[in-house]
Write a protein that binds this ligand. Structure first.
Ligand SMILES: CC[C@H](C(=O)O)C(=O)SCCNC(=O)CCNC(=O)[C@H](O)C(C)(C)COP(=O)(O)OP(=O)(O)OC[C@H]1O[C@@H](n2cnc3c(N)ncnc32)[C@H](O)[C@@H]1OP(=O)(O)O
Ligand SMILES: [Co+2]
Length: 135
């Protein structure tokens, strides 16, 4: 079995504080404080759910990979899904063998949870940006 749990659904937001307030105060969820992720060009906030997480993303720095997405969707929008895998290199090799595109240089980077992550091209996955995270 290659993919496991849905680790998180990421939403790009124009205002992290407003999104935090909405989910914490209106929806009653447990929400983390913002964390800059300079290696990824984003600031993240995590909403803990009983069965998964929501990851709020806001652009950080000049070349944020989510800047254009926010320009196209000024009110925000669902940005990616993250599936868990137990072996990211085996997953990568299988994806490449099946002719699917890995974004960047095919090498995993350390993601928000301190675990290796890869991103797969949205055009190969029904218009959906997919992240895989080794847990
Ligand atoms: C801290 C780590 C954290 C974690 O969970 O561990 C993260 O999740 S970090 C998240 C931020 N980082 C990334 O998203 C890295 C991977 N993403 C990228 O490299 C870009 O977002 C990319 C290449 C997917 C799109 O970049 P951009 O929008 O600047 O490129 P284009 O405008 O050329 O778009 C190409 C084409 O793809 C469509 N697109 C773009 N973003 C998405 C999306 N999120 N979901 C679905 N489709 C998307 C865009 O509309 C273009 O389509 P076209 O038909 O050609 O108009
Ligand atoms: Co993510």
């Amino acid at each position: 079995m290659m993919i496991g749990r849905l680790n998180h659904v990421a939403i790009v937001v124009p205002d992290l504080e407003a999104a935090t307030k909405l989910y914490r105060d209106t929806l009653g969820a447990e929400v983390s404080s913002p964390k800059d992720q300079p290696d990824h060009g984003v600031t993240t906030v995590f909403v803990e759910l009983p069965n998964s997480k929501i990851e709020f993303l806001h652009p950080l720095g000049e070349n944020s990979p989510v800047a254009k997405f926010l320009e196209r969707n000024p009110a925000g929008g669902i940005h990616h899904l993250c599936y868990e895998v137990d072996d990211i290199y085996a997953a990568r090799d299988r994806l490449l063998a099946d002719g699917l595109r890995i974004l960047g240089d095919d090498e995993p980077k350390i993601g928000a949870h301190g675990k290796p992550v890869l991103f797969l091209h949205p055009k190969d996955f029904n218009g959906t940006l997919v992240e895989i995270e080794q847990v």
